[in-house]
Design a protein around this ligand. Structure first.
Ligand code: HEC
Length: 167
């Protein structure tokens, strides 16, 4: 009985050792693949281009009374930064806090469809965008408001409600 248990234990050890060996071999390979995928994912610069465009579009959507489009631009401006959750885990929370706190008055004005408040908060938040740039060593990237939307292929003057954006 004891002998049998010892045998079972020995076989179990072999299986465990064997499988852990193959896991670590596969592990190195998997790590290499993960590193490869990570290096291909955007960090801050590429998503920030989208942030910049959506931010500018947002103004013309609001001005045109297309509040759903303004809300949509804000939502996807935030989502554009998602790759940085993985590629820049230390810096991403600064973006998350910015969007949740400093950008909230802009989002509230969109929800309220209040153009006067929107213009005020939108103008004010540009300084916060630039504060983060300066804080991260990119003081030479200074956001300025454009005089027309970067994306011309959308109708901005289209009446809609902020709540019209599908969840
Ligand atoms: C959490 C900090 C942070 C906040 C907040 C932030 N940015 Fe940036 N942004 C950066 C960093 C860092 C870069 C430089 C990218 C890099 O090299 O990694 C950048 C770059 C940019 C660029 C240049 C992208 C390019 O390569 O052409 C634009 C445009 C931009 N941001 C727009 C904005 C706008 C608009 C806002 C506000 C709505 C904003 N950013 C808020 C950190 C931030």
């Amino acid at each position: 009985m004891l002998k049998k248990s010892v045998q079972v234990l020995a076989v179990t050890c072999l299986i465990v050792t064997g499988s852990s060996l193959s896991v670590s071999a596969a592990g190195e390979d998997t790590q290499g693949q993960i590193d490869g995928i990570m290096s291909a994912l955007p960090k801050f610069a590429v998503p920030m281009r989208e942030v910049g465009d959506r931010f500018q579009n947002m103004f013309y959507a609001a001005e045109g009374g297309n509040w759903a489009l303004a809300s949509y631009m804000s939502k996807y401006m935030d989502n554009a930064m998602n790759p940085a959750k993985i590629t820049k885990p230390k810096e991403y929370p600064d973006w998350a806090t910015f969007y949740k706190e400093e950008f909230a008055p802009v989002n509230n004005a969109i929800a309220a469809q209040d153009m006067a408040t929107f213009t005020k908060e939108y103008t004010a938040v540009i300084a916060s965008c630039n504060d983060c740039h300066a804080g991260m060593g990119y003081g030479f990237i200074k956001v300025v408001k454009l005089t027309s939307p970067p994306d011309q292929g959308i109708e901005y003057k289209l009446a809609s409600k902020a709540v019209d954006v599908p969840k």
